[in-house]
Design a protein around this ligand. Sequence first.
Ligand code: 5RP
Length: 243
Amino acid sequence: MNQNEQKKLVAERAIDTLIERKLIFSGMKIGLGTGSTAIPAVKRLAEKIRSGIIKDIKAVATSFQTSILCEELGIPVYSMNGNKIQGELDLAIDGADEIDPAGNLIKGGGAALLLEKIVAYNARKYIIVADETKVVPHLGTKFPLPVEIIPEARISIIREIEKLGGKAVLREGVKKCGPVITDNGNQILDCLWEPEKDGTSPVNPPEIEDRINSITGVVETGFFTKNKPSIFIARSDGTVEER
Ligand code: 5RP
């Protein structure tokens, strides 16, 4: 199975399994992630709504990509602050860029990390769907850690991240001149650490999440370490593993 087939398989399997286990249920409040693995999960959920298996879902979308898809599919979308959601979700489902053995994540490859984290950290149950390429021994040396920043603080934040051992680069737009502008009007720094010679991790993700978040001008980091997810992983042999 190629990577795209694995993404579709794991997304659909997770939605079906969560419905069977009554973790996705009628009337619930659900956070919907962003990216090419989250999208088939949203589409599968829409199929279940259309067929009447699930009713009266209240969704929070983590990006323009997801809210536009929900509009197209007829899934009602609400604000986290609205009366129907009250800042709390029953469950959130999303993809990830990297997953370590402790269940720490890097997210934000699609620059949606801020809303993704607001949703993830306010969900009673957090589900990650991913293909096997996302599973790594440690975070931050291959896929760069995205950090959403206020543009005016770019240089000072780059300097502070260097003090933490990372090298930060401003993310450039594609089919757009200049930097990527996030859904919230901010910019993204992509940060990499050199691998340690002995193969150990150069970063402690929970600690670096807090330290980067304490730098003035940082809006949020793509380390997700505080609400440990249940993880569905698709393998190239067509199996799905749960962790
Ligand atoms: C977007 C994200 C995505 O969940 C992450 O980039 C994984 O994307 P994909 O499923 O397309 O590989 O964090 O900000």
